[in-house]
Each structure stands twice: as C-alpha cells, then as structure tokens.
Unconditional design. Structure first.
Length: 323
C-alpha cells in the first residue's frame, strides 16, 4: 500500500465522489479550547465515506470478473457503498448484514438493489458466510476494511483533507478519525504521510470496543470481547485488520475511546452548530475532539464525521441529550 494506489483510486473516483467540505464553528472551537475542523463525510454519496472504498474496489475489478457480481459484509455503510457502486456498474451485489443492524440501513441497502443476507453477529461468522456464498456464486468479496483497493479509496478522503487543511493554514495537527477495522484511518494516514506529514492520524472508537486503541498501545492485535451492545454500530468490529494494523502502528498516534453519551452529545452539537446529521459511530471523532482536549496536541484539531445514516429514534435521543 502506498500513495500511488490512492492516487489511482482518486482518478477512478473522479466525477463519481463528492468532495466533502471541511467545516468549522466558533461554538465548537470555544468548547474544545482550540480550532476544530470537521471533515463532513456524512455528506458523501450513500451518507458515509464508505462509498469511496466501495467504488474504488468495484471499479478496479476486471470487466469479466465484475460482471459476475460482488459480495460484501457490513452493518450498513460499507453495504450501501458497495451496493451503490455495483448498481452504477449494472452488476449484482449480495450484502451480508447483522440482524441487529439499524432497520434504516437494511432498507437502504435493499433499495440500492442488493440482495441482503442477515446473520447473528454474536454466534455466526460473517467471513465464513461470505466466503461460502462467494465460492458458490462466483462473486468477488469486497472486504470492508482489510482490502487494498478499499483502503486506497478511503485514502482519497485524506488527499482532500491535506489540501483543505493547507488552505485553512493548518500544517500540523492531530487528525482524529472514526475507526472500526481501520480502513478509513489507514487510508487517510497513508495519504497524509505523502501529502501532509504534519497531520497525525489518531483513531477513535467506542468505549468497550476500542480494539485498535488497545492494539496500538500493546503492539499486538487485540480482540473485542463482544461484537454488539453499543449504539456505534457502524464501527463495531472484532479486531484490527491484518493490513490496517501495521499501517496504523507505523503512522498513527495513540487512539481514543469515547462513551455513548459523548457520541450522542457530539451528534447534537454537530446538528446545532454545523447543520449536519451524524450517526453515533460517525460522531466519535468529533466527540474526542470536543471532550478529550487534554489528550490532544496543538492549537487546531481536525476530525471526521464519517457517516450520517442514523435511525430517527437514535437521532431523537441524541437531540434530547443535555449539552
């Protein structure tokens, strides 16, 4: 993995991806005690950064291979990114989703033309299901984070951040990235290594599901004890990826873990001051920027809002939180 793959992905994504804005608000700066710049990937196609990796991976396949169709597993955002890319190319897609995924994400994935296969994330192995169906139907598996072309696609967000931060006069800062398996953080870290070396990626996860934070601290891959039981469904993964962990071990700073309440408060503050909708997993980096200031270095911090695909009931709960 290197910058040449990310540049190639950017060329394939040109004309298909939205260049999302880098937003700010004086109220957030005051709360954080430093300048806060927010990369709003919740405004991306399908409502999350996952469209980048989905399009990158599907577009990189040889025509004959792509025509047979693709398969992916996801709680919703990668599902929609891959399903949308497959639809635009006119090829079949099968998406394996946990049965406890938000209903809105399941419905949206089906609306994009995908066949949805539900599984129990506590008792069934999504890798086994994916490999079995891929072999039986001749489908190409597009992994959600441990896949070079997916990482390259997510890295295109890092290219944009590097340019936008420079335009804002920010050359050095911690760059907080919402993290599940680490594909988004890895891609951004690789892009910044080449184009904005003063920006240090720091992954952010939910408390109790902070396998990447613990892995970076210990120097070896740590596994989460549970795969469910947190509102940040989009970033609940078993453990860091075999590809993503070495990248972040080399390039990332220490990780953060935030509470559900902090994620909900960040959602409310993003809506109030930035006028954007964030899902819980997509708001954890902003939560760390706002509420973990003592662990952040510098006069400015950059963070991602990685997705905005939230059930109305959860969003209403966020808006009701005392902030």
């Amino acid at each position: 993995m290197d910058i040449t793959m990310i540049d190639a992905a950017a060329a394939r994504l040109d004309g298909h991806v939205t260049r999302t804005p880098l937003l700010g608000a004086p109220a957030l700066d005051a709360l954080a005690g430093r300048r806060v710049l927010v990369k709003a990937e919740c405004l991306q196609h399908t409502g999350s950064f996952k469209f980048r990796g989905g399009w990158s991976a599907v577009s990189a396949l040889p025509d004959a291979v792509r025509a047979r169709g693709v398969i992916a597993y996801s709680s919703g955002n990668h599902a929609q990114g891959v399903a949308n890319a497959a639809r635009e190319f006119g090829v079949p897609s099968v998406i394996i989703m946990p049965s406890d995924a938000p209903a809105s994400k399941i419905e949206s994935t089906r609306a994009l033309g995908a066949e949805v296969v539900l599984y129990d994330r506590e008792h069934e192995d999504r890798d086994e299901i994916g490999n079995r169906l891929a072999a039986a139907r001749g489908l190409t598996l597009v992994r959600p984070f441990d896949e070079p072309q997916v990482i390259a696609g997510q890295g295109t967000c890092g290219l944009e951040i590097a340019e936008q931060a420079r335009a804002e006069g920010v050359e050095e800062a911690d760059l907080l990235v919402c993290c599940g398996g680490g594909g988004f953080a890895s891609g951004i870290a690789l892009a910044c290594e080449a184009r904005a070396p003063g920006l240090r990626v720091r992954p952010v996860e939910p408390e109790g599901f902070d396998d990447m934070r613990r892995s970076l601290a210990s120097g070896g891959i740590e596994r989460n004890k549970s795969q469910s039981g947190n509102i940040c469904d989009a970033i609940l993964t078993p453990q860091p990826g075999d590809l993503t962990f070495p990248i972040l071990s080399r390039l990332a700073g220490p990780g953060f873990a935030v509470t559900e309440d902090e994620a909900l408060r960040a959602m409310a503050l993003a809506f109030r001051h930035l006028k954007v909708v964030a899902e819980p997993g997509g708001a954890v980096a902003l939560a760390a920027a706002l509420f973990k200031g003592q662990e952040i270095e510098g006069d400015a911090v950059i963070c991602t809002i990685s997705g905005g695909n939230v059930d109305p009931s959860v969003f209403a709960r966020a808006l009701a939180v005392e902030i």
